[in-house]
Design a protein around this ligand. Structure first.
Ligand code: DX5
Ligand code: ZN
Length: 214
């Protein structure tokens, strides 16, 4: 698996240095959690912060929108330096329209499903997206427990991607650590987001190596 450390668990007062720290430790992507206080009961980072940390690394920015109105915010996050923008199918939007808008800025689109949303909810978009993100916690906060019961959903989505001979990455997010990464990899995940599992680790490099399966 590739590893995408989530900045939600970094030291917010030193975000640029934190990005450099995980880049040096071998991260594959940088995961940025955007919350609007409506779609989820938390507020986090906006496009201004994405733009501010962009010069600190060349790693792809994987921007996870947990907001009610993704369509209106595609442009500011694309212009701030997002390489991938994922948004929830449960948001108040037409997913096809959001995907097209993301692509119009040369950014890779992805769809996200919350734990209670079935695998089939992403099937209509599989031929248009770069990535599907399966939440393995309820979105909103870092440091929650991994929901192992989401693994059949990961496998079902992966199987449908293979059945249709598509080239779409499956990402998991929430509670991924050296202890839980293996289950996600076995279920078919290609990318694992990890916040506390990387930023709070004594040795982020070896934590990421273990999670990757090295
Ligand atoms: C939760 C976010 C996650 C979060 C994961 O809503 O989408 O990306 O940062 O944090 P950990 O890895 O600590 O569960
Ligand atoms: Zn996330």
């Amino acid at each position: 698996m590739k590893i995408a450390p989530s900045l939600l668990s970094c030291d917010f007062a030193r975000m640029g240095e934190e990005v450099q720290r995980i880049d040096k430790a071998g991260a594959d992507f940088v995961h940025l959690d955007v919350m609007d206080g409506h779609f989820v009961p938390n507020l986090t980072i906006g496009p201004g912060i994405v733009k501010a940390v962009r010069p600190y690394t060349k790693l792809p920015f994987d921007v996870h929108l947990m907001i009610d109105d993704p369509l209106s915010y595609v442009e500011p996050f694309a212009k701030a330096g997002a390489d991938i923008i994922t948004f929830h199918v449960e948001a108040d939007c037409d997913p096809d329209e959001v995907i097209d808008k993301i692509k119009s800025f040369g950014v890779r689109p992805g769809v996200v499903v919350k734990p209670k949303t079935p695998a089939q909810a992403v099937f209509p978009y599989l031929d248009k997206v770069y990535m599907v993100l399966v939440m393995t916690v309820e979105p909103g906060f870092g440091g929650q427990s991994f929901m192992a019961d989401m693994m059949p959903k990961v496998s079902a989505i992966k199987q449908e991607i293979k059945r249709r001979s598509l080239d779409v990455l499956v990402e998991v997010d929430g509670g991924i650590s050296v202890k839980t990464a293996r289950q996600a990899a076995d279920a078919g995940a290609d990318v694992a987001v990890s916040g506390t599992g990387v930023f709070k680790a004594d040795d982020p490099e070896s934590a990421m190596d273990i999670m990757r399966g090295n």
